[in-house]
Design a protein around this ligand. Structure first.
Ligand code: 13P
Ligand code: SF4
Length: 303
């Protein structure tokens, strides 16, 4: 631990705070986090926190979900620039209009959405349970927002429902091209290929498995294979190396999420020192957005 990390650990103790960190955070921020995980795991963790303050080292929608699930806690996002561009690709007004065009069709929202979009949602999902959630619905048609690639991935496993897709996408995962994955596979022919379901269908076709970030880590830890190509944010390699020492990982270099990388150790320190930047949501938003998140948590994870 460096001096700044030690300062953060002291501040955490003084302020009675915990740090929840996403698997895409930089190594230094991961090292001061109390819990690391994917969007699903961090949401579950947010419901269990006893400390009064949660510092959320992740992107905006993750911190909002933590606040919605645990509204009496102070939830802090260390850097306001840490905003997921995919979550900004759908807003509540546009979704309401789409619902009016498709009356009676339930809405499944990826957690990568704003709290107001969750208020228009029947049930949320993450990449750890999207297939399971869509399968669990009795309806023949569903609206899926905002990630069209995750929606297409779900459609591979759910043949008896029509999925109405929203034209959203993750700029980081669409940056992973079939050509770059093919050339990595040529360079490392013995490696198993793991990608995130936010990747394009062409990239998923080239992979051995598609999982959430935590699903990728679980798979690597339990696999008898020794070498892996990892088709998601390159910072995943820090946790992978820690959890599976002795195994080799090849990252896709262009898979960088600038929003996740906004958060620095200085931001985390300042967040604790100045109690910034607080997530504030009205009681009405919290109570409406909570129901689809709780339905998702009741369903559990799949990977
Ligand atoms: P996970 O829930 O798999 O960690 O994914 C979150 C995310 O934003 C991926 O881009
Ligand atoms: Fe959003 Fe994509 Fe970054 Fe995940 S990787 S936070 S979906 S932009």
């Amino acid at each position: 631990m460096n001096a700044l990390q030690e300062e953060i650990l002291d501040l955490k103790r003084q302020k009675g705070a915990v740090i929840l960190g996403h698997n895409y955070q930089c190594r230094e921020v991961q090292e001061v986090s109390d819990f690391l995980g994917d969007s699903y795991g961090l949401s579950v963790q947010a419901t269990k926190v006893e400390a009064d303050t949660i510092v959320f080292a992740g992107v905006d929608f993750m911190a909002e979900s933590a606040k919605i699930l645990n509204p009496r806690k102070t939830v802090l996002l260390p850097n306001l620039k840490s905003a997921c561009p995919m979550a900004a690709m759908v807003d509540a007004e546009a979704l309401r209009a789409f619902k009016e065009e498709n009356p009676g069709v339930p809405v499944v929202s990826y957690v990568n959405t704003t709290a107001s979009v969750k208020c228009e949602t029947d049930i949320c999902c993450t990449s750890a349970n999207a297939v399971k959630i869509v399968k669990s619905l009795p309806d023949e048609k569903i609206i899926f927002v905002p990630d069209s690639n995750l929606g297409l991935y779900v459609q591979r496993y759910v043949k008896d429902k029509e999925i109405l897709l929203w034209p959203g996408y993750c700029p980081t995962h669409v940056n992973i091209t079939a050509a770059s994955l093919r050339s990595l596979k040529d360079e490392h022919p013995g490696a198993e290929v793991l990608v995130h379901p936010e990747c394009t269908p062409e990239v998923i076709d080239l992979a051995d498995f598609a999982y959430s970030t935590e699903g990728i880590i679980r798979h690597v830890v339990s696999s008898s294979k020794k070498e892996f190509i990892i088709g998601t944010e390159a910072n995943m390699n820090h946790r992978l190396r820690k959890e599976a020492p002795g195994k080799t990982f090849h990252a896709v270099e262009e898979a960088i999420c600038p929003s996740m990388r906004e958060i620095t150790l200085e931001d985390v320190r300042d967040s604790l020192l100045k109690s910034q930047h607080r997530i504030d949501l009205s009681d009405e938003i919290v109570s409406k957005a909570r129901a689809p998140l709780e339905r998702m948590l009741e369903a559990g994870r799949q990977d």
